[in-house]
Design a protein around this ligand. Structure first.
Ligand SMILES: Nc1ncnc2c1ncn2[C@@H]1O[C@H](COP(=O)(O)OP(=O)(O)OP(=O)(O)O)[C@@H](O)[C@H]1O
Ligand SMILES: [Mg+2]
Length: 620
């Protein structure tokens, strides 16, 4: 049995390897072309986070460069004085003024750079906060249907796992790039003054390294990107192995071995890909460093020749060595930070791409508002297909609810009841057909406005890791009486009264003093939440599946009494409870096949009559 091949859903292991092979590798030039826009984006981000710290970082870094150049030029003065003919004390005395300048430039340069470093590290947390707020502001606003789209999840994962955390390091790297460029400009200026032939030689020493660094960054990014679907799968399995919710079933169904085997299959394939990457990166780095060493040798030989043929005096050659050293370290910094900026920039682009994708998935602003007090909600010929699904979940559905009515949806599992309810709640939009509140088409109304007026007791309600109070009020403040009234409807009040801290008890066992409820107790809270919202339209999707007989009876009595004047849409498999509905719609494979009140449907002798008879015979 251990050899039986594993089904790992959408992921085929061989696909990743194939993807690795066809990975595109950008050339050095295309990277150089992208740098300015990356630096610009990073600085825009920084400016938005804090104009003051951004300005301080840039100005202080520029000043640092000025002091570097100044110090190098003063060094030539020192060396010239020292290499003069004459007695040593005189030469030292002659060098003193230049020495003071060198010391002053060094001291000022250090102070200014410390200031720049401070401003830069102040920027980082501010940028991180802003980027995270932007990300989660968007994830919670996109149309619900995006969450049924695997591409959205991939792109969200990329943005969330690495992209968003790259915002601050992209800015840091961009600042480092600018700093290194300023340092190089200072050195290049000094070298240019000393002897122009030294400039191209300097470049020669470092370009091979640049090539290797960029190549290796590209490889890494391409590899990690192709691994994203696999890693997601691995994280999902890891959650199953480590989270609290599935912990009991993992044990009850003795799933441990099976899950670990699945985890291992994905992790091993990922490991192979990473090992291959490490090898290719090492080769690239070795080649780069060998060529770089060769370049350095050429630089020093050339300097020796210039000195030998008397093209430059000894003092200048001495300064040139110092300047080349300083230039090389600036260039090394430039490479390092360019490389980082490029690599982080690739991830950061994922974040920016996700943001623009998410913005496209936001509903366009719509001016119309739903009627203050609807008389009738109607669905006309609505069809809906989940993204990527094989067939439609709803096909040509028409129905209506009048103000104050209790309407019921019944039908077998998967017939489309929840989907239709979500369309009525403004959570999904039909692909064709329309939903009307009186004469207003919901396509012209902001979905938010519909949701404000609708309360949903969801079939798969969330167990919010919040206090009991927030689990019912959802952060809206309507006061204690409203809270208690809503809690009483489904018997949630008596559950909460027994908790150690009453309404202030945290309903999350993962935290100290957190408390867990039973399935039915959770459902009572979910029902209370729906009633607390006090909306025009109350949608109850299987509100009693987990309730005991007494709580169920009390709730249905409440609904039957039209829940204090509310309009109610009830979805339930307990057919005895829908007898009293004003109208019952029977769904089958995404279509409404029967409608009418209980007596009408029974006399039709169709699906409803069959299901009802089946259920009631159990009680006879
Ligand atoms: N998020 C989704 N993505 C793709 N398909 C979905 C999604 N949710 C539901 N479906 C499919 O749509 C169809 C209708 O599902 P729906 O949840 O509306 O059924 P239901 O009548 O509420 O069933 P139940 O009685 O089990 O609650 C089913 O075939 C289901 O597989
Ligand atoms: Mg359902």
């Amino acid at each position: 049995m251990a050899d039986e091949p594993l089904e790992i859903g959408e992921i085929s292991l061989s696909d990743w390897h194939a993807h690795m092979g066809t990975m595109t590798e950008a050339g050095f030039l295309s990277i150089a072309r992208r740098l300015p826009s990356l630096v610009r984006q990073a600085l825009t981000l920084a400016w938005r986070a804090s104009p003051r710290d951004t300005a301080a970082t840039i100005v202080l870094n520029l000043l640092g460069g000025v002091f570097t150049a100044f110090g190098l030029l003063a060094t030539t003065g020192v060396l010239t004085a020292l290499f003069q003919d004459g007695p040593t004390p005189d030469r030292v005395r002659a060098a003193l003024p230049s020495l003071v300048l060198v010391a002053a430039a060094a001291a000022l340069g250090t102070a200014v750079q410390a200031g720049a470093g401070w401003a830069q590290s102040r920027l980082e947390p501010q940028i991180t906060r802003q980027a995270e707020e932007r990300l989660y502001g968007l994830t919670s606003r996109v149309d619900l249907v995006a969450y049924d789209d695997p591409e959205f999840h991939d792109s969200l994962q990329r943005a969330r796992i690495r992209g968003v955390s790259m915002a601050d390091s992209v800015v840091s790297s961009a600042v480092d790039v600018v700093t290194a460029l300023v340092g190089i400009a200072a050195v290049a200026g000094v070298l240019g003054v000393l002897h122009p032939a030294l400039l191209p030689l300097l470049l020669l020493a470092v370009l091979p390294d640049a090539w290797a660094a960029v190549r290796s960054a590209r490889m890494r990014y391409g590899t990690l990107n192709s691994l994203i679907p696999a890693m997601r799968r691995k994280w999902i399995i890891a959650d199953l192995l480590a989270d609290r919710d599935p912990a009991a079933e993992v044990r009850a169904f003795t799933m441990r071995g099976f899950l670990l085997r699945m985890y291992d299959a994905v992790a091993r394939a990922e490991q192979d890909v990473m090992l291959r990457l490490a090898r290719r990166q090492t080769v690239a780095r070795l080649v780069g460093e060998a060529l770089g060493g060769l370049g350095s040798a050429v630089v020093y030989v050339a300097l020796g020749i210039l000195l030998a043929i008397g093209a430059i005096p000894l003092a200048v050659a001495g300064t040139a060595v110092l300047a080349i050293r300083s230039g090389q370290s600036s260039l090394a910094n430039l490479l390092h930070s360019t490389n980082r900026l490029y690599e982080d920039g690739l991830y950061f682009t994922d974040f920016l791409d996700f943001c623009s994708d998410a913005e496209r998935r936001l509903a366009a602003p719509r001016p119309a508002s739903p009627p203050e007090r609807f008389e009738r909600i109607s669905v006309v010929d609505a069809a809906f297909t989940y993204p990527g699904a094989d067939g439609p979940a709803l096909r040509g559905v028409s129905m209506e609810i009048k103000r104050g009515e209790v309407i019921a949806f019944v039908g077998e599992n998967g017939s489309g009841k929840t989907t239709l309810a979500k369309i009525l709640a403004g959570l999904y939009e039909p692909d064709s057909g329309s939903v009307l509140w009186d004469d207003v088409d919901l396509r012209e109304v902001s979905p938010e406005a519909i949701r404000e007026r609708t309360a949903v007791i969801a079939q798969d309600h969330t167990r919010w890791p919040l206090t009991a109070r927030y689990n019912i009020t959802m952060g809206t403040g309507k006061g204690e009486p409203a809270l208690h009234a809503a809690a009483s409807v489904a018997g949630a009040h008596e559950v909460i009264a027994e908790l150690p801290h009453g309404y202030r008890t945290l309903l999350d066992r993962r935290f100290k003093d957190g408390h867990e409820l039973s399935g039915g107790q959770w459902q009572r809270i979910a029902v209370a939440r729906g009633f607390h919202r006090d909306a025009d339209l109350l949608i109850c999707d299987e509100p009693t599946a987990a309730l005991d007989a007494r709580a169920e009876h009390a709730l249905f009595e409440r609904i039957r009494g039209h829940s204090d004047g509310r309009t109610v849409l009830l979805i339930t498999h307990r057919l005895a409870s829908v007898r009293y509905a004003d109208r019952i719609y029977v769904l089958d494979h995404g279509k409404i096949i029967e409608e009418g009140d209980h007596a009408t449907l029974m006399s039709l002798n169709g699906l409803y009559a069959e299901l009802y008879t089946l259920q009631s015979s159990a009680y006879r």
